[in-house]
Design a protein around this ligand. Structure first.
Ligand SMILES: [Zn+2]
Length: 443
């Protein structure tokens, strides 16, 4: 089993941001990381390993406290996003039509509609129950004064639904004008027959009666597992490479870094953040105060802060952020979609992403710093600049750079089919990402 096979195992366990936070923290606990609560009184010594999960359970910040106060030595931050474009259940999702029961969905992010058709789909996410006393009255949480909630991470682990394609005989122009209306045409079939027994069966698989749930965040996602393809097995085909591949590489680099160097001067931070695909404006997303507040709290509660003589905010001057999000590889069937000299190739190393309109945070300076890390790690580096006649995407890099006032570089592994239900990336590149990210934490 090589690192790409380990990524495949990680991918199977991370179909939603909730599951990603669960799996990342499970792995980190194997290396001695322990949770701290946002409401705890914090106090840290060099070498401590912790993580803090945002109240919405979709973002987690993991950190290894440096020997020096962050106000003196800064942070080494690696950020990646836990969400992916997908289909999420509407609040009243169930209806019947044409003798089947259906689940109505809403799209999250830039869903590539057609790739969701004719795929077995699994269902999972978080289910919430209001706590009640023996008389059925709602119980309040003593700390917040709000109704107390039980949260349950759920997953059917079965191909519970699918969205059938329309026969070409009923739409002869589908290959030329196959537009999909997501309101009407991304409704999933839950089963043939009446809703009551089907919803009961789904509730049984999830372990929770969906009629009794007080709330839910439930996602449909491909049931099929990722796998290695090509006669040499050099490509990994699977869901959510954007950006769970970078979450995996960041998590594994943090673990490799503490295994190799339990102590270091600088505080190492793994930032696994939700909602990138929809602009990052949530309570825990990159536009929220969660990262900045957490970093400042770590800086102020560091044992050596009292001797530092600097404000906690000085930490951001000596900080380098690597924002890791997947990149577009040049496509062999569409080679003209890339700018000359800026066409990353699969299995040829990690890509630095640059945009003069600052859609990426990389600068000449931070790109040079990252090239230095790649050279030290023995990893090849490629460059991506979007064609000037096409619009450029963005990521958390510019948001984090602006929010912290810290130097940032945007990087990622080249991949094909971004936002398809099945995306492809290079197995060797996955290994390279872990190597250079480990170097970032070690430098
Ligand atoms: Zn992404």
């Amino acid at each position: 089993m090589d690192r790409a096979d380990d990524y495949i195992e990680f991918s199977k366990a991370t179909p939603t941001p909730f599951h990603a936070v669960h799996e990342i923290t499970r792995r980190l606990r194997e290396d001695g990381f322990s949770p701290v609560e946002p409401t705890d009184a914090w106090s840290f010594q060099g070498g401590e390993r912790h993580y803090v999960i945002a109240p919405d359970q979709r973002t987690v910040i993991a950190f290894v406290v440096g020997q020096q106060a962050p106000s003196d030595a800064g942070f080494r931050i690696l950020g990646a996003h836990t969400d992916a474009p997908d289909l999420r259940l509407k609040l009243n999702p169930v209806s019947e039509a044409c003798s089947v029961t259906r689940l109505h969905t809403q799209t999250h992010g830039g869903v590539l509609f057609r790739t969701w058709l004719d795929r077995p789909l699994d269902l999972g996410g978080m289910v919430y129950h209001l706590q009640r006393d023996a008389d059925g009255n709602i119980v309040d949480d003593p700390e917040t004064g709000l109704p107390a909630l039980e949260r349950h991470l759920v997953r059917a682990n079965e191909p519970v639904a699918f969205i059938p394609e329309l026969a070409i005989h009923l739409n002869r122009k589908v290959n030329d004008e196959g537009k999909i209306n997501p309101e009407d045409q991304l409704v999933a079939v839950l089963g043939s027959g009446e809703r009551a027994p089907l919803v009961a069966r789904l509730s049984e698989l999830l372990g929770h009666d969906l009629h009794e749930a007080s709330g839910f965040d439930l996602h449909l996602f491909p049931y099929q597992e990722p796998l290695r393809v090509g006669v040499d097995g050099s490509i990994v085909l699977g869901p959510r490479h954007d950006d769970l591949a970078m979450c995996w590489a960041s998590c594994e680099a943090l673990r490799a870094s503490v295994q190799g160097s339990p102590q270091s001067d600088r505080t190492r931070v793994g930032y696994f953040v939700d909602a990138e695909e929809v602009g990052s404006m949530t309570s825990s997303g990159a536009q929220s105060s969660f990262l900045r507040h957490t970093l400042l709290r770590i800086a102020r509660q560091h044992a050596a802060f009292g001797n530092s003589g600097r404000e906690a905010e000085a930490a951001f001057q000596a900080t380098l952020v690597v924002s890791a999000d997947m990149a577009h590889a040049q496509h062999p069937n569409h080679p003209k979609k890339h700018a000359t000299g800026h066409a990353p190739q699969i299995n040829h190393g990690i890509t630095i992403k640059t945009n003069a309109n600052e859609r990426y945070a990389s600068t000449g300076e931070t790109a040079a710093l990252f090239r230095g890390l790649c050279e030290k790690a023995g990893v090849s580096v490629q460059e991506f600049v979007m064609r000037q006649d096409m619009g450029c995407g963005s990521t958390i890099g510019p948001i984090v750079a602006a929010g912290l006032g810290a130097r940032t570089v945007d990087v990622g592994l080249p991949m094909w089919g971004m936002h398809s239900t099945f995306e492809s990336c290079g197995a060797a590149d996955l290994n390279d990402a872990v190597l250079v990210f480990t170097q970032h934490f070690s430098s």
